[in-house]
Design a protein around this ligand. Structure first.
Ligand code: SAM
Length: 215
């Protein structure tokens, strides 16, 4: 086993101790080589359980956060997933390892282009759109699950509309400094659409900048 595989194994053990129990999620984290998603400067720290800087003044999320949000979504093979905030592409790669078909929207054009090429070179089949993901990606809607990887002041209505009946969305909601991880389930009852919400711990994400996020 090479050094990075050993570090990945240790990371998986740490995530498991932190409460990530879904074996498929842990397996996906073990499979994705995080060193490929950070610049040379940060490769030696790729398996620290921390967020790290990436291009465009953005971040690759902390592995625990990626694992937790992925676990909440209970991804099944073949599901259509919309990710808002492609960033480094690491989260998208984890979703692909779980057998999802991933559509990802990134606001920063430099990242959308660079990450699109990276994911392709690593064999991950992800559709990427450069634009404002707070409005979703109507062309491929509805989605089984939606994951928003930037902090939002509210739950964007467009994203709720683009969720399938019975679908799940995970999104950090709060102010610019702190957000509560929020899980939403869309349910139709007697021709009426309802949304059930569950709140989890607090996180600090970069802001979701857009029409239905921060202006
Ligand atoms: N999922 C990413 C990863 O695995 O590296 C982490 C992304 S980073 C925490 C959040 C990303 O959301 C940034 O790349 C940022 O540019 C992007 N973002 C912010 N507002 C956005 C918007 N309205 N639409 C799309 N992307 C947005």
């Amino acid at each position: 086993m090479d050094l990075n595989s050993i570090k990945r194994k240790e990371l998986v053990q740490i995530l498991n101790k932190q409460g990530i129990k879904d074996k498929k999620v842990l397996q996906a984290i073990f499979k994705v080589k995080r060193e490929n998603f950070v610049s040379d400067e940060f490769k030696s720290r790729a398996y620290d359980n921390n967020a790290l800087p990436i291009a465009g003044n953005q971040t690759i999320s902390q592995p625990y956060t990626v694992a937790f949000m992925t676990e909440l979504l209970n991804i099944q093979p073949g599901e259509k997933i919309l990710e808002i905030g492609t960033g480094s592409g690491y989260q998208a790669a984890v979703l692909c390892e779980l057998g999802a078909k991933v559509y990802s929207v990134e606001r920063v054009s430099e990242l959308a282009t660079k990450t699109g090429k990276l994911l392709k070179s690593l064999g991950y089949d992800v559709e990427i759109l450069n634009g404002d993901g707070s409005k979703g990606w109507i062309e491929f809607a509805p989605y089984n699950k939606i994951i928003v990887t930037a902090g939002s002041p509210q739950i964007p209505k467009s994203l709720l509309n683009q969720l399938k009946d019975g679908g799940l969305m995970v999104i950090p909601v709060g102010d610019q400094f702190i957000q509560k991880m929020t899980l939403i389930k869309k349910i139709s009852e007697n021709n009426e659409v309802k949304y059930k919400q569950k709140k989890f711990d607090e996180y600090k994400f970069v802001p979701l900048i857009g029409t239905e996020g921060w202006s």
